[in-house]
Design a protein around this ligand. Structure first.
Ligand SMILES: *Cc1c(COP(=O)(O)O)cnc(C)c1O
Length: 482
């Protein structure tokens, strides 16, 4: 029996007059706020004792699900293990207590770390240098596109205002282009799930600023025609942008710079194991090929006498300070703790794991493009569509079995997309257990479809009405006036 005082909202536990903490009376009337800035009546705050508050939030936090709780196969998002050693280095007092406006000569160690991270990323990607300034993948895309725009303007080609994006692209690609004031043109995919080169040819002209590509693409497939695409794009005077949010499958195997990409971003919070989602802030460093380094917004350089300093490009500014420093420390720790040889294992292992799951399930789940995948792959729902059990139902039923759901209904190329990415960290046992559950759900869809359609059954909150929740969200506690 649950004998905990347990409320959905802290307001439900409120009792008038209860206090967890009492501030000393303000005896300094000089410090009173001007009356026009004060509220007319007291805020309707919950009134609770300290233990109730602590238990309320602790119990809620126990409902969270993260990579440390269980398997989290969210395709495209790379929910890989966040090693504890990263947290130790990020929490070193000399890093933790830094201030973004500190003079350069008082934080040489931090700048040195940033310099080495920039150059590690450059070596891993085959590009020339990186800025660590952007705060997320999408922010990196925007930064990269600002760099590309500036590149064309400097070359006297301001009419290059269009960006070509594949129809399989991550939604942030067209969004970033639009935020950058560029127009989006979509290029089709072939039946094999690759960029349609003939379609691309017809779109290339002197109004194109860039072609954005993800490789392996969001279907987890390696775009084999990249050399030809790079040549076509460069011949038309445009630049080739690489969405490297998820560089996992290539790590240690091949480099975007060698494939002909000019500008790219990487998500440190995916590929380089730093926490994300509900778990932490992001970082989306942007790299450029040789010759374009002066266009990077901020960059750490090494000067005479091994003194590190920050170079700023006043023409492109993408946010205060130099980025999320603690994320950089974690990513650099990850790179160093794996080392050159083990980093080379990341891509192959992530690829092996994804293919293992794909091959073990493709007799019961529909695999629209049946070929070798990289780090992730996409099913188009259950193979047998006659039961009416959808991808949404499978995802909800997985929660009952203690798994985080895969990515669903993305990419938009299929109606019932179910996108699975195990990452390199998972053991054979974990994957076998997941495969068994996925097969069990496929069986339940046959024998008891209602069970799957009404899932989840074992979670604190059952099936919510997604449409209603999105269109009419109730975000305040109705019984109090806030
Ligand atoms: C996650 C992701 C992004 C966006 O990164 P955010 O940090 O969420 O902004 C862009 N492209 C791809 C392919 C991604 O997987």
């Amino acid at each position: 029996m649950n004998n905990r005082l347990y409320g959905n909202l802290i307001f439900e536990l409120s009792h008038a007059g209860r206090r967890g903490f009492t501030l000393p009376k303000n005896e300094f009337s000089d410090y009173a706020l001007p009356s026009e800035m004060r509220r007319a009546s007291d805020a309707a705050l919950p009134e609770c004792d300290e233990m109730t508050v602590v238990r309320h939030y602790t119990n809620h936090s126990a409902n969270n699900f993260g990579v440390n709780n269980g398997f989290y196969p969210l395709g495209s998002c790379t929910m890989k293990y966040n090693p504890a050693i990263n947290e130790e280095t990020a929490a070193l007092p000399s890093f933790e207590h830094l201030h973004p406006s500190q003079p350069e000569d008082t934080c040489q160690g931090a700048l040195e770390l940033m310099y080495h991270l920039q150059h590690s990323l450059a070596e891993l990607t085959g590009l020339s240098d990186f800025t660590l300034n952007p705060f997320a993948g999408a922010h990196g895309e925007l930064t990269g596109l600002m760099i590309i725009r500036s590149f064309h303007e400097r070359n006297g080609q301001p009419q290059r205002t269009k960006v070509i994006v594949p129809d399989s692209a991550h939604g942030t690609n067209p969004a970033s282009a639009a935020v950058c004031g560029l127009d989006v043109v979509e290029v089709k995919s072939t039946a094999e799930g690759m960029v349609d080169v003939d379609d691309l040819k017809g779109l290339l002209d002197d109004t194109i600023a860039a072609v954005m590509m993800t490789n392996p693409n969001t279907l987890g497939l390696f775009e084999r025609q990249i050399p030809e695409i790079a040549q076509l794009v460069h011949e038309c005077g445009a630049l080739l942008y690489y969405d490297g949010a998820n560089l996992n499958p290539l790590l240690g195997k091949c480099r975007p710079g060698d494939m002909g990409f000019d500008v790219m971003h990487i998500n440190l919070h995916k590929t380089f194991s730093t926490p994300h989602g509900g778990g932490g802030p992001g970082s989306g460093p942007v790299g450029v090929r040789k010759g374009m380094e002066p266009l990077l917004p901020t960059c750490v350089e090494k000067g005479d006498g091994d003194i590190y300093h920050i170079r700023r490009n006043e023409a492109i500014s993408v946010g205060a300070s130099l980025g999320n420093f603690s994320v950089m420390v974690r990513a650099y720790t990850y790179i160093l703790s794996l080392g050159r040889d083990q980093l080379k294992m990341v891509g192959p292992l992530a690829t092996l794991n994804a293919n293992y799951i794909k091959e073990s399930l493709k007799d019961v789940y529909e695999l629209p493009i049946d070929t070798l995948c990289k780090h992730e792959f996409v099913f188009n729902g259950l193979k047998d569509k006659s039961t009416g059990v959808t991808t949404m139902d499978v995802a909800k039923r997985l929660l009952d079995y203690g798994y985080h759901a895969p990515t669903i209904y993305f990419p938009l190329l299929f109606h019932e997309s179910l996108m699975i990415e195990p990452t390199e960290n998972e053991s054979l046992d974990t994957m076998d257990a997941f495969i068994a559950v996925m097969r069990k759900i496929a069986e339940e869809a046959q024998t008891d479809p209602e069970l799957v359609k009404s899932a989840p059954h074992n979670t604190p909150i059952g099936r919510v009405d997604d449409v209603l929740a999105a269109k009419q969200p109730v975000l305040t506690f109705m019984n109090v006036e806030c």
